[in-house]
Design a protein around this ligand. Structure first.
Ligand code: PNS
Length: 167
């Protein structure tokens, strides 16, 4: 059985991520969406919250499971066995970073392949960072975030506005 691992920060999961998850779930027997730490990012939601959001958003996909891991992706993949990493590519600007990550992961775990799915054109502009910025304004978020998480996302933005913690 071939396992796909779709890693990311998912802070929070967007409809662009959901699109990649659905397509990858159609390719692999089993897809693990794994919330991981990106050392360059300061997340708004805890790992547990991001896992909870993803579980709600993927509840209708029987071969998708959601996990979290705070170590190296290459080691996570080694522990899972026969798997391929899946990443979404939005634009050329993603490519250089993703290419480097794929090579680093393969260096640590020889034979580990990374497969890239191109984003649907209507999602190429979309990122968790832009959604967090939009959240500061009175914008309808249904074109950006899955409906299952919009209210929790807005609550967190309101808490931060009132001087509360990011997570
Ligand atoms: O959604 P993101 O932030 O682009 O995802 C990046 C992520 C979390 C997949 C990447 O930072 C990652 O693989 N983190 C785990 C630690 C790791 O293996 N880093 C790569 C070697 S430097």
């Amino acid at each position: 059985m071939k396992i796909g691992i779709y890693p990311g920060s998912f802070d929070p999961v967007t409809i662009g991520h959901r699109n990649i998850i659905r397509r990858a779930a159609g390719i692999f027997d089993r897809l693990i969406v794994c919330v991981m730490v990106n050392a360059a990012k300061n997340p708004m939601f805890t790992l547990e919250e991001r896992v909870d959001f993803l579980r709600r958003v993927t509840a209708d996909l029987p071969n998708v499971e959601v996990d979290a891991f705070d170590g190296l992706l290459a080691e996570y993949a080694r522990a899972k066995g026969n798997c391929v990493i899946v990443k979404g590519l939005r634009a050329g600007s993603d490519f250089e970073y993703e290419f480097q990550m794929a090579l680093i992961n393969r260096k640590i775990n020889p034979g580990l392949d990374t497969m890239f799915l191109t984003a649907e054109h209507q999602y190429t502009y979309l990122s968790s960072s832009t959604v967090k910025e939009l959240g500061e304004y009175d914008v309808d978020l249904s074109d950006f975030l899955p409906e299952q998480i919009i209210s929790d996302f807005k609550k967190r933005i309101a808490t931060i506005r009132q001087g509360g913690k990011r997570q």
